[in-house]
Design a protein around this ligand. Structure first.
Ligand code: F3S
Length: 391
């Protein structure tokens, strides 16, 4: 990969070992994937913030980086942490890890990263169309490429951090126009009604296509929320970075391979995402983190009702969206639900706070929670989730 003189000097350690490590990560990645050069990025989004997901070894590495005084070169945001500091009553049993979680947050903050602690940073500030980014967190990446029309590979936590510190990323993958073209036409036959239907479709297509780029026909009613659920599920069961609804799919030369999705495929996807029929002790909405619109939607469904005493209802979002939707947050919390920020059900410790069965409208959470959180899952629509919580 070609490096400018300045980039070579960083690689040689002239700016100190921390920037040198960051440059080495980028150069290794670039060489591995055949990048021709580094390109400037508009922003970075860093995953690997929850102490639960990164553990002690990563804290040591981050602490060493932080001590060297490194700063990010571009606007950078961070994914959810393991704790919601504003709802300690929901965190009983895990608050002893607070100190380690605090250390991680402090290190990133001192690097100049905006600790908004959300996987939907685009609700706080949208990147420009056609801007090159280095975002980690697969659901965020798919949304950026497919809905916001920005350009980012699926970065890991370390490569997103390295790109943030250098302000550049290697030019490969979906940073190149020729790698953003659809190669499969997915004909969706059933009429999709809920965000969970879109999640089930994403889980099915992700498994089927792995890293191929689908163009979907038949998504006539899909808004941004539905596309968010579709993309996050697809990126969980497969390696998707980008997809297209047919209306916005760029023309490709030649015929696309065609794959059809029928009712049976959706039913199987739903079934594969539930591991039990047992009643839940937590109902979870907010993966990926909710928009203000979604919070309003939940509030209108729950208004005047009461959450059962034996069920926790968690709605997760960012602090920014929580403030923006304050009026609806009050309605949800008056009914006995909790609108949490800074964390999510997957990156916190569910077993330790007494959850064994988790019901969710998120295909991504339903896919990950049995392994990441060791809980049973029930996957269903938002309507059913609210019914179950308030029954
Ligand atoms: Fe976000 Fe947590 Fe889901 S980070 S995408 S809410 S697993």
């Amino acid at each position: 990969m070609y490096l400018s003189r300045e980039e070579e000097r960083i690689l040689d350690g002239e700016k100190g070992w921390a920037y040198q490590v960051a440059m080495r990560i980028l150069v290794k990645l670039g060489d591995l994937f055949g990048a021709d050069r580094l390109i400037p990025i508009e922003s970075a989004h860093i995953s690997g913030v929850s102490y639960k997901t990164i553990g002690d070894a990563s804290i040591d590495f981050l602490e060493a980086l932080g001590k060297s005084g490194v700063k990010v070169m571009v606007k950078s945001t961070a994914n959810p942490a393991g704790i919601d500091y504003s709802h300690p009553e929901e965190m009983i049993g895990i608050f002893e890890v607070k100190e380690k979680q605090n250390r991680i947050i402090e290190i990133y903050r001192n690097m100049g990263i905006d600790m908004i602690l959300t996987c939907t940073p685009y609700y706080v500030s949208k990147p420009k169309e056609d801007a090159h980014l280095a975002w980690a967190e697969s659901s965020t990446v798919v949304y950026a490429n497919s809905v916001l029309h920005s350009w980012t590979n699926r970065e890991g936590g370390p490569s997103a951090l390295a790109a943030a510190l250098i302000g550049k990323t290697p030019n490969y993958g979906v940073h190149k126009p020729e790698n953003r073209l659809a190669n499969v036409l997915v004909k969706v036959e059933p009429c999709l009604r809920s965000e969970a239907d879109y999640g089930a479709l994403g889980a099915h297509v992700g498994r089927l296509l792995e890293d191929e780029i689908p163009c979907f026909s038949g998504l006539t009613c899909a808004g941004e929320t539905e596309l968010k659920h579709l993309g996050s599920a697809m990126a969980s069961t497969g390696m998707a970075s980008i997809f297209y609804p047919e209306a916005s799919c760029p023309r490709v030369s030649g015929e696309l391979e065609v794959v059809s999705v029928d009712m049976n495929d959706l039913k199987n996807a739903f079934e594969s995402l539930s591991t039990t029929n047992e009643p839940p002790d937590m109902v979870y909405i907010g993966c990926p983190h909710c928009s203000a619109e979604e919070i309003k939607h939940v509030a209108l469904k729950i208004e005047g009702r009461r959450v059962r005493r034996d069920v926790r209802l968690w709605i997760c979002t960012s602090r920014y969206v929580r403030r923006k939707a304050e009026r609806y947050v009050k309605i949800i919390e008056a009914a006995g639900g909790k609108v949490l920020s800074d964390t999510c059900a997957v990156v916190t410790w569910l077993k330790e706070i007494g959850v064994d069965v988790l019901m969710t409208n998120s295909a991504k959470t339903a896919y990950y929670a049995p392994t990441m959180n060791k809980v049973e899952t029930v996957f269903s629509s938002l309507d059913r989730c609210i019914e179950e919580a308030c029954q």
